[in-house]
Design a protein around this ligand. Structure first.
Ligand code: XMP
Length: 604
C-alpha cells in the first residue's frame, strides 16, 4: 500500500532531518528532498515542509531551488529560512535583525488550523538572525513572539489559508517547542490530509533487508563501544546476518570511563554477543597519537584515524581483510559533521573522519542506524528485547573523555574577577558577580559552529534565578556561548590558562571526577531523568597552585539536537562539589547552565 507522505526540503539547517523524524513519529511517512530536486518529484507528496538553513539567507539570490513548487496545489509549511522564503516569494520583505536563541513565547492571533487545539500563548524555540519585516499580500500574521518582557517579534507565524501556505520563524520540530508535535500534526494530518499509517516497526525489517543486500557474502566487523547505538547495531546485524557473520571489536582507547572496557566486554558476553568478540587495548597508541595536541578538531581527527588504524590491524590479524565495516552512527553524528550537503561542520564525529567518508563512498561501511535519533534507537533497542538498564544508559561519545579533557597551550591573558562592558550591564542589579573565563569551547549559534568563551557567575543566586540570567548573558554579551555557576560560591582572584594536553594523569583525574558524578546521580535516583552529564576538566588555574578546574554539565534532552540544563538538587550539588574538590589536582567546580544552542552538550 502506498503511504501518504510529506516532503521535507533539506536546506541544510541542523534540524532538517529532525523534522522528518518528528513527522514519522506521527505515523506519517516523511522523506528528505534536496532543493535542486525537480518540481515533478514534489507532486507525489501531500505536503511540503521547507527547513531552516545555516548558510542561505532569504535575500540571497543564490538560494536556488525550483520556485515552481509554489505553483503546486499542495500545502507548504516553512520554518525559519523556509518561512522567510515563503514570505519573500509572495512579495514580503526579510531583513537582518538582532539574533535570538532559545525559548520565546508565541502569542497566537486568529484561528489558523495549524494552531488548532493550542493555547493563546505557546512556548517555542528560536534560533535565527533574520526576520520577515513586511507581510506578503494575502497573508495574515498568525503569531507574534516575545522573549521575557521584551518587544514582540512580528510575523513569527504567518499564513495564507486560501493558498495553504504557512510560515513559522521558530522551530516546531525541536523538543523545546512544547506543542510543536501538535503543530506538525495539524499540518500533516488535518491540513494535508495524510493518513497515519506508517509504523516504526517496519524499520527493523527494512533495515535487515538493507544490511543483507549491502553485506552480500562478506563478514561484517563492528566497532562496538558498548553504548546504546553500537549495541543495538550489533543485535540488529546479528538478526539480519546470523551471529557467526558478525565480528565485534571493542577498543580500549584509553579515553573510556573508569572500569568501562572490562564491563562492556562482560555485558556483550552476557547478551550472547560474545561468539566473535575481540578486544584490543590500544590506549598507548591513542595517547601517543594525541600527545601535545590542543586543538579540539585535531584531537577528534586523530582519535577517528587511530580507531581506523586499530581496526585495520585487528582485521588483518584476524584475517578479516574482506570484511565490511559496520558502525552504530546515528543521525546527529552526520549532521554535526556537515554530513549533509549544506550543513555547517559543528564538529567532526569520530565516525565521520575523512578516511571513513572515503570508505563510505566505496560502499565499504554499513550504518543501519544512520537515519535515527537516540530516542528512536532506544525504541528499537526495546523492540529488539534489550534490557532497560542498557537501553537507557547515558550516551557516551565515541572519542570519550578525549573531548571532555579541554587542552590549552597556556597562552591567553589571565582573567581578573569583576565584570565589565556588556557583562557588567547584564549583571547590574543582581546579587551576583561574574567574569569571562580565558578559555574557549565549541558551541552552535544559528546553525553555525562557534568557538567562544564561558562566563562564570558566583554570589547569592539560586539555580532558578541563574538559568534565565545565563540566557540573558549569552544573548547580550558578544563572544560568549556558555554560562557556568561556581559551586564554591566565591569566584576567583585570577584565572590563568595552564598549558595542558592529553595525558594519562589528567585522564585519570577526569575519570575519578566523572565517577563521582555518575555515582551521585544514581544515589539520588536521577540517572534516568538526567539525559547526559559530562564532567569536563578545564586547564584553568584559579588558586595559583597549578590545579585545574572541573565543570559538571547535567542536561535534559531527547535527541541531543537541543538541550536544557538539568537543575540538580542542592544536596547533590554540594556532595559533588565537596567530593570533586577533595581530588588532588582540582581547585574549583562549576555547574554548566547553558542551553543548546548556543552551547553544545560537550565542551571539546
Ligand atoms: P554535542 O556536544 O554536539 O553532542 O551537543 C550531542 C550528542 O552527541 C554526542 N557526541 C558524540 N557521539 N561520537 C559520538 O558517538 C562523537 O564524536 C560525538 N561527539 C558528541 C554527545 O555526547 C551528545 O550526546
Amino acid at each position: 500500500m502506498a503511504h501518504d507522505k510529506i516532503a521535507v526540503v533539506d536546506f541544510g539547517g541542523q534540524y532538517a532531518h529532525l523534522i522528518a523524524a518528528k513527522v514519522r513519529r506521527l505515523h506519517v511517512l516523511a522523506e528528505i528532498l534536496q532543493p535542486e530536486d525537480p518540481v515533478e518529484k514534489f507532486a507525489a507528496y501531500k505536503g511540503i515542509i521547507l527547513s531552516g538553513s545555516p548558510a542561505l539567507s532569504a535575500y540571497d539570490e543564490e538560494s536556488a531551488y525550483d520556485k515552481r513548487i509554489y505553483d503546486l496545489d499542495i500545502p507548504i509549511l516553512g520554518f525559519c529560512f523556509g518561512h522567510q522564503e515563503i514570505a519573500k516569494h509572495y512579495g514580503g520583505a526579510v531583513e537582518h535583525t538582532k539574533r535570538e536563541y532559545g525559548p520565546a513565547t508565541l502569542e497566537i492571533k486568529g484561528a489558523s488550523p495549524v494552531f488548532a487545539g493550542l493555547s493563546a500563548k505557546e512556548t517555542v524555540w528560536m534560533s535565527h538572525g533574520d526576520t520577515v519585516t513586511l507581510l506578503p499580500p494575502g497573508f495574515d500574521e498568525t503569531g507574534v513572539s516575545r522573549v521575557g518582557a521584551g518587544d514582540g517579534h512580528p510575523n513569527a507565524a504567518i499564513a495564507n489559508e486560501k493558498l495553504r501556505r504557512y510560515g513559522f520563524q521558530f522551530h516546531p520540530e525541536v523538543d523545546d517547542t512544547v506543542h510543536g508535535e501538535e503543530m506538525l500534526r495539524n499540518f500533516a494530518v488535518n491540513i494535508c490530509g495524510c493518513r497515519q499509517d506508517w509504523a516504526m516497526a517496519r524499520f527493523e525489517e527494512e533495515a535487515a533487508e538493507a544490511i543483507r543486500r549491502q553485506a552480500g557474502e562478506r563478514p561484517v566487523f563492528l566497532l562496538a563501544s558498548g553504548g546504546v547505538d553500537s549495541t543495538v547495531c550489533a543485535v540488529l546485524l546479528g538478526k539480519a546476518l546470523g551471529p557467526e557473520r558478525v565480528h565485534l571489536l571493542h577498543i580500549d582507547n584509553g579515553l573510556m570511563r573508569m572500569g568501562e572496557s572490562a564491563m562492556v566486554v562482560e555485558e556483550f558476553k552476557k547478551r550472547g554477543l560474545g561468539r566473535n568478540l575481540h578486544f584490543a587495548d590500544a590506549s598507548e597508541r591513542f595517547l601517543k597519537a594525541l600527545s601535545g595536541v590542543v586543538e579540539p578538531e585535531k584531537k577528534r581527527r586523530i582519535i577517528g584515524d587511530t580507531f581506523l588504524e586499530v581496526f585495520a590491524l585487528e582485521a588483518s590479524r584476524l584475517d578479516l581483510g574482506s570484511a565490511i565495516l559496520a558502525q552504530g552512527t546515528i543521525y546527529p553524528d552526520t549532521i554535526e559533521t556537515g554530513g549533509t550537503k549544506r550543513a555547517d561542520v559543528i564538529k567532526t564525529h569520530h565516525n565521520r573522519v575523512p578516511a571513513i567518508t572515503r570508505m563510505i563512498e566505496e560502499g565499504r561501511v554499513i550504518e543501519p542506524l544512520a537515519e535515527l535519533y537516540k530516542v528512536e534507537v532506544r525504541e528499537l533497542g526495546e523492540a529488539l528485547g534489550l534490557p532497560e538498564e542498557l537501553v537507557w544508559r547515558h550516551p557516551f561519545p565515541g572519542p570519550g573523555l578525549g573531548i571532555r579533557l579541554l587542552c590549552s597551550d597556556g597562552s591567553g591573558t589571565p582573567a581578573q574577577p569583576g565584570a565589565s562592558g556588556a557583562l557588567k550591564e547584564a549583571l547590574s542589579g543582581k546579587a551576583v558577580d561574574g567574569a569571562l573565563l580565558p578559555i574557549r569551547s565549541v558551541g552552535v549559534k544559528a546553525d553555525l559552529r562557534c568557538y567562544e568563551q564561558p562566563v562564570m557567575l558566583w554570589g547569592r543566586i539560586s539555580l532558578e534565578e541563574a538559568e534565565p540570567l545565563a540566557a540573558k548573558i549569552y544573548k547580550e554579551v558578544p563572544g560568549v556561548n556558555r554560562c557556568v555557576l561556581d559551586l564554591a560560591g566565591s569566584g576567583f582572584m585570577s584565572a590563568r590558562p595552564l598549558a595542558a594536553a592529553v595525558t594519562r594523569e589528567r585522564l585519570d583525574l577526569l575519570r575519578r571526577a566523572d565517577q563521582i558524578v555518575m555515582d551521585g546521580l544514581r544515589r539520588h535516583g536521577l540517572y534516568r531523568e538526567v539525559w547526559q552529564c559530562p564532567t569536563v576538566l578545564v586547564p584553568l588555574e584559579l588558586d595559583g597552585k597549578g590545579r585545574e578546574f572541573a565543570v559538571v554539565r547535567p542536561v535534559l534532552s531527547e535527541r541531543a539536537m537541543t538541550c536544557r540544563p538539568a537543575l540538580l538538587p542542592s544536596t547533590l550539588l554540594e556532595e559533588l562539589r565537596d567530593s570533586i574538590m577533595a581530588l588532588h589536582g582540582i581547585s574549583g567546580v562549576a555547574l554548566d547552565l547553558t542551553t543548546k544552542p548556543p552551547g553544545t552538550i560537550e565542551w571539546e
